[in-house]
Design a protein around this ligand. Sequence first.
Ligand SMILES: *Cc1c(COP(=O)(O)O)cnc(C)c1O
Length: 386
Amino acid sequence: MITRLVEDHARTLAADAHLPAFVYDLAALRDHAAEVKAALSAPGAPEIFYAAKANPDVPILRALALYVDGIEVASGGELAHVREALPDARLAFGGPGKTDDELELALNLGVERIHVESPYELSRLARIAEAAGREIDILLRVNLASDRSSVVLAMSGPFGMDPELMDTCTDTLTASPHVRLRGIHAHLASGLDATAMAAQSAEILAWGRAWLDRIGHTGPREFNLGGGMAVDYSTPGTRFDWKQYGAEVAALAEPGETLRIEPGRSISVYAGWYVTEVLDVKKAHGQWYAVLRGGTMHIRTPVTKQHNHPFDVLTGNSDGPTVADEPVTLVGQLCTPKDVFAREVPTDRIAVGDLVAFSMAGAYAWNISHHDFLMHPKPHFRYLDA
Ligand SMILES: *Cc1c(COP(=O)(O)O)cnc(C)c1O
């Protein structure tokens, strides 16, 4: 799964003693984003706002800017960062627990949509917008209940509002001319394939239209259908079926409606690799281990998702310990049994000095990790552009 560009660069990094490193293939990122955009180009198909929290690195944001319609940010920090990296980008601001300072920042930095998560947040935003003499367009985030037991990560919890709580927002909206309700936002689950995601989008649209009708909402309407498009770490070669999703959802749109999605992981995950090298190979209690430079303090993804992270072994020149034709557990340098990248993976051969390139490291990798634990050196970062 490793691209030629990344493999060649990995060997250069090894020669320069610059491992571990996060290596991004920006050409691959652009190609993927262009495919996603093309699949969503039919009339009625959703706009794409990339969820910056998946990977907010400036070169990633800039590479994506041509192919997405905007960026979704989930904190004041992300907001300031993205505004600086992409001064002209259309921005949507979501997330629970927005402070007054963050709401003010959103008004000052020209956020296009705020996704309001509670009646109290709405009343604070109304007060702040009025005091600033500014108008702001919002979507109300709804937390629809339904059976999501089969999804990878249901967004249950304090995200958005139950339908009954949504109803309590109408008085504030009527009393607050500075706050304009444009429609509905829902991000309900993560890890859905195209069929399930399209069905969920239809559910959100049906509920949202009925609710907006009921409260007497007039004018053009928007529906942000969320992110969470499936990424399968066990099959790095397969991708979410954007063509199917794009076609099914475009067919759902009615005249006067704007649809929008905000995927993160499924956009950037394939463009990043965590490249490192084997420091030691040994057997402990009958189990083979390869100890790698670095660890899950750099890429916490396999720990949070409890999966075997996909990887390629690039043969180095080693005369050190080697294991062949045995299952091997790949671990890092941390003094904890949880520092595991992949457990008992059948491996042809792995030796001290080999390079290991973990693929699918372009999202929720470095930026969700506990970098300072054990005080090992930080990885290097390379953003390759063919
Ligand atoms: C995290 C998040 C996303 C992106 O989810 P992915 O699984 O990365 O696609 C989109 N919207 C909201 C509100 C989120 O919290």
